[in-house]
Design a protein around this ligand. Structure first.
Ligand SMILES: [Zn+2]
Length: 188
């Protein structure tokens, strides 16, 4: 088999919910073992010494997989994304944002979802090593841990257009022909 065996295949759960992405080699194996069925073929073929396979684009498991959802990683980008890239003190949306610890670290504040917010540099500077109360500032929202994203495996650059009927929320409603990558990024 050649490199085509590495081409990504969308794996659906038994209930057609996107579950993950695997390579063609694994997809063909799952189908061959009767653990999955091909839902959408690619129209492209894989030639081996003894056989010809039609490469699947989408397969579906014949059994239901209950995958524990992974918690969101506490990173700058995830914090900015949770806060819609806006300063949680003044509401400004700037390119140059910072992460503020609501209860300052020097006061024992932890680096956890419920103690970090997006802040513009001005607000962060003004607040300095104080609590919002001490600084006379108010949070616009209480920071919470965002829900896990079950589709975080759908990364930019991995999206195959053939998968779109199975991930319809990634399709921009107004202009279906526009570049899909930003929509994928926003959903991540
Ligand atoms: Zn601000």
């Amino acid at each position: 088999m050649t490199d085509v065996t590495r081409a990504p295949v969308l794996v659906l759960n038994q209930n057609y919910q996107p579950l993950n992405i695997c390579d063609t080699r694994r997809a063909v194996k799952l189908v061959g073992k009767g653990k999955a069925q091909t839902v959408l073929e690619s129209g492209k073929f894989i030639y081996t010494v003894s056989d010809i396979f039609e490469r699947p684009d989408v397969i579906r498991l014949i059994y239901m997989v209950n995958r524990p959802l992974q918690r969101r990683k506490l990173s700058r980008n995830e914090i900015f994304s949770r806060d819609s890239y806006s300063c949680q003190y003044c509401g400004a949306r700037l390119r140059d944002m910072t992460v503020d610890h609501v209860l300052p670290r020097c006061e024992g504040g932890e680096h956890v979802w419920t103690n970090v917010v997006t802040a513009c540099k001005t607000c962060n500077h003004r607040k300095a090593g104080r609590t919002p109360q001490q600084a006379g500032m108010r949070l616009r929202t209480d920071p919470i841990e965002p829900r896990p994203n079950p589709y975080s495996f759908l990364k930019i650059g991995l999206l195959n257009k053939a998968w779109l009927p199975f991930v319809p929320w990634l399709v921009p409603e107004t202009n279906p022909s526009s570049n899909l990558e930003p929509a994928v990024a926003a959903g991540d």
